[in-house]
Design a protein around this ligand. Structure first.
Ligand SMILES: *Cc1c(COP(=O)(O)O)cnc(C)c1O
Length: 381
């Protein structure tokens, strides 16, 4: 029997396992009008800007809600009502962005590659040349539905060269993968509290190029998601416009202090990369095959082919691994049966080794002999 009083380790790409210091930062109540809390908000915005070296070029606008709220806020605020957004898709989050652009009433075009094929800067250049009516490009940096990495810096340079504007969903990359606002041009970049900065879930934040929001009044079709209004109000009053997620804000500040103490973005990347190699080495030894080519795989989340053995069901596999203390993530692909394992959160290679052992014991319990997909077994034979 599992010890239900002990939290399982979340191998999911948000919410994720947070540190004790981050959790204990939430054991206080804060008044949203109080100057002490407003000072936390101001420090937090500055600390977030520093993660991508954006203090001179961008402003940080926090927004209540999950990451999608912030993506929707960025699109609805930055794109004029007669704007035209080209969304680059190679997974579920790209599809979600296209859907919300359309629901916000803006014209949307899509360019879709397969789940295991990154969008290239050459693709984007060709599409922008072909259609001068495109005003904005929407890009998912790390497409969390597989873990594939799209070439942000190259695509940003091409979008800027064509004089168009870029909106980046960097939800699962911010804080871990390199993003430098001094050399990578973008109008907006969106991330959230509960991913690689290892805070609790509940707020998003959008980095908007300086001066842009001042021209965006009246764009938004939503009151709550209007980033121009949120920004103007926060600048004027130091407060959030509507009730802030106070516990999330203070815990995220604590998480960012730990981020800096750990050694910042490069140290975070190094730890996640060690998690990733420990996971993939261990799972490969058990017979599992990774869905993506390592050359396009970010060390954030890994998609594995499900065992072809008829004794395998994800529900049973998941429940047994959970009872050993690890929460896995279902696959998000329609064509192939997969499951996913996150490498992010306040965990290290030891936790990944234990997770692999839990998977090994689960395979034995379920009597699963065929672990590798048939194609991989044929290749090995
Ligand atoms: C997590 C995530 C989001 C936001 O999802 P929510 O469920 O709204 O938090 C958006 N895009 C990507 C790439 C993500 O990984």
């Amino acid at each position: 029997m599992p010890l239900y009083s002990r939290d399982p380790i979340l191998l999911t790409p948000g919410p994720l396992t947070t540190s004790l210091a981050t959790k204990t930062a939430m054991l206080r109540d804060w008044g949203s009008w109080d100057s002490a809390f407003n000072a936390v908000t101001a420090r937090l915005r500055a600390k977030l800007l520093a993660v991508i070296e954006a203090a001179d070029t961008h402003v940080c606008v926090p927004l209540q809600g999950s990451g999608t709220f912030a993506v929707e806020g960025a699109v609805n605020t930055l794109v004029p009502r007669d704007g035209h957004v080209l969304v680059l898709i190679n997974g579920a989050y790209g599809k979600r962005m296209a859907k919300l652009v359309q629901m916000m009433g803006r014209k949307v075009s899509t360019f879709e590659t397969a789940d295991d094929v990154p969008t290239t800067a050459a693709d984007v250049s060709r599409l922008l040349t072909a259609d001068p009516s495109i005003t904005h490009v929407g890009l998912i940096h790390c497409e969390t539905s597989t873990g594939i990495l799209n070439p942000l810096a190259e695509i940003a340079a091409v979008v800027a060269r064509h004089g168009r504007k870029l909106i980046v969903d960097a939800m699962s990359s911010f804080g871990a993968l390199p993003i430098d606002a001094r050399s990578t041009p973008f109008d907006a970049l969106v991330a959230a509290s509960g991913k690689c900065v290892e805070g609790p879930p509940g707020m998003g934040f959008v980095f908007v190029k300086k001066g842009v929001l001042e021209g965006c009044a009246g764009h938004s079709t939503s009151l709550a998601l209007d980033l121009a209004d949120q920004y103007a109000y926060m600048e004027r009053t130091t407060q959030w416009r509507f009730t802030p997620p106070t516990h999330v804000v203070v815990a995220l500040e604590a998480a960012l202090d730990q981020f800096v103490a750990e050694g910042g973005r490069t140290a975070r990347y190094a730890r996640y990369h060690a998690n990733y190699t420990t996971l993939v080495d261990g799972m490969t030894k058990l017979g599992f095959r990774v869905f993506l080519d390592p050359a396009i795989q970010a060390p954030i989340i890994v998609t594995f082919h499900a065992p072809p053995d008829p004794k395998y069901t994800f529900a049973d596999f998941y429940a047994r691994v959970r009872d050993k203390g690890f929460i896995l993530y279902p696959g998000k692909l329609t064509q192939v049966e997969t499951f996913r394992v996150g490498c992010i959160g306040a965990i290290g290679p030891d936790e990944m080794r234990h997770a692999v052992n839990a998977v090994r014991d689960t395979l034995a319990e379920m009597g699963i002999g065929e672990v590798a997909p048939a194609s991989a077994r044929r290749a090995a034979a």
